[in-house]
Write a protein that binds this ligand. Structure first.
Ligand code: ADP
Length: 448
């Protein structure tokens, strides 16, 4: 097992990893920017190293500084959290070259899944259902028209290097296609320095359903069920739940078995998430994230498995602690992402939290790095905490969520808590009847 883990992240996820390391008896080092000197992860870690000024590129994305921090402190492994360097293949390779373990997959697996065309090709080869579309990159309009006519309109043009929902354009008919292709290409080039794009069928009313997977890197793979993350705004997840209200056990077993054997065949190591759009009973692969997800606690709630313990264990060569037949799903869990944002406009609301009081009681978990008197720096994302609620069934979970939201107090800044208070009382949400467009439509129909 590792002696000392360096956590290359900040905020709630740095704290999350720190807790897991402490429970395993492993020492912790955190790195931080000058803006985060007062952060909770810095206060609770055994050691901390300031690695630079506030902008992420100079601190949390600064590979040289992070490797130097490992060498100074003698850390033998790095947990990257999510975001920042978590899906940076070069970072994984550099750590390996320094004999420091990257708690995550190999650089090569990160590289394959980071290139969406390559990822889709790999998924298809492994037997995972994909969205019908072009085999590879689309080079010209003629080819685009041919593929679109074959799969049928509407189609979506997506950047191979894409992320965060950027560089995607929908074409409803052949007339739209040339403009959509040109815009997607130039947006992709500007945003990612790579203008390769591909085409796929545009699904009108899908749900976003993702499968949590784990591999031991040596041919074993399991799945830990799905999360339904259909409630999104601008492709950002807002509310996640497990299991999905839309799936039955037979569908879950079918897709679960497919992804678990794909992970095993790939020789994948560590935690991963295979994301699908789900429509009319069919799954369509969109991408694989080769890291821990923000919404991982809903899976922990229904399986009782600590995913970060499992990541550390697998990275240390200890293999998976569970077989597929050991994994049982109990009850229902919902996560609300609490952001320092205006609940209607979603404009960031940095500032000082004058009062912070979290709910408690059975089935409640709050993962947050903030506290009363904490000043939210304006440089990073706006997530200030996650409320995760577990109940024996979805109805109990929703009732518990409602009362937990009533207890939650965050003063001094605007947060998205009022939005969740509204959602928990909505009939469609109560019925689990929503798709990936539901939230944006609801917000448009209910202006402040
Ligand atoms: P990114 O990596 O930029 O987030 P994804 O491939 O994960 O890109 O897609 C992000 C979102 O875009 C999806 O959650 C979905 O809302 C929408 N989307 C992507 N592909 C399709 C498609 N074929 N049909 C309909 N919507 C899509």
């Amino acid at each position: 097992m590792f002696q000392k883990i360096l956590i290359a992240n900040r905020g709630e996820i740095a704290l999350r990893v720190l807790r897991a390391a402490k429970e395993l008896g492993i020492s912790t080092v955190v790195v931080h920017s000058t803006a985060d000197a007062d952060a909770m992860h810095v206060r609770l870690a055994d050691e901390s190293v300031c690695i630079g000024p506030p902008p992420s590129r100079d601190s949390y994305l600064n590979i040289h500084q992070i490797v130097a921090a490992c060498e100074i402190t003698g850390a033998d492994a790095v947990h990257p959290g999510y975001g920042f360097l978590s899906e940076n293949a070069k970072f994984a390779d550099i750590l390996a070259a320094h004999n420091i373990t990257f708690i995550g997959p190999t650089g090569d697996h990160i590289r394959i899944m980071g290139d969406k065309i390559e990822a889709k090709r790999t998924a298809k080869r492994l037997g995972i259902p994909v969205v019908p579309g072009s085999e590879g990159a689309i080079s010209d309009e003629k080819e685009a028209k041919r593929v679109a006519a074959e799969i049928g309109y509407p189609v979506i043009i997506k950047a191979s290097a894409g992320g965060g929902g950027r560089g995607m354009k929908v074409a409803r008919n052949e007339d739209d296609l040339s403009v959509a292709l040109a815009t997607a290409k130039s947006e992709a080039g500007a945003a990612f320095g790579d203008d390769a794009v591909y085409i796929e069928k545009y699904l009108e009313k899908p749900r976003h359903i993702e499968l949590q997977v784990f591999g031991d890197g040596a041919g074993a793979g399991v799945h830990l069920g799905e999360r339904d993350c259909s409630l999104q705004r601008r492709h950002q997840k807002v509310w996640e739940e497990a299991l999905s209200p839309a799936l039955n056990q037979e569908e879950r077993d079918r897709i679960g078995n497919i992804v678990a054997s794909a992970v095993a065949d790939l020789g994948y190591r560590g935690a991963g998430t295979i994301e699908f759009l789900y429509e009319n009973g069919e799954f369509y692969f969109i991408e694989m994230n080769t890291r821990l997800q923000v919404e991982h606690p809903v899976t922990e709630a229904i399986t009782g498995i600590d995913l970060v313990h499992e990541q550390i264990r697998v990275a240390a060569g200890g293999g998976l602690s569970v077989k597929q037949s050991d994994i049982r799903f109990q009850g229902h869990a919902i996560e609300c992402r609490i952001n320092a944002e205006d609940p209607r406009t979603f404009a960031p609301s940095p500032g000082t939290i004058t009062h912070f009081h979290t709910p408690g009681g059975l089935g409640i978990r709050v993962d947050s790095g903030v506290y009363s008197g904490y000043k939210i720096p304006p440089y990073y994302d706006s997530l200030i905490g996650k409320l995760i609620v577990h109940g024996r069934n979805r109805v109990e979970c929703m009732m518990r969520l409602r009362r937990a939201l009533d207890e939650f107090v965050v003063d001094g800044i605007k947060t998205t808590l009022p939005l969740f208070r509204e959602l928990v009382g909505n009939t469609d949400i109560a019925n689990g009847d929503y798709d990936i467009h539901w939230l944006e439509k609801h917000l448009a129909n209910n202006p402040a």
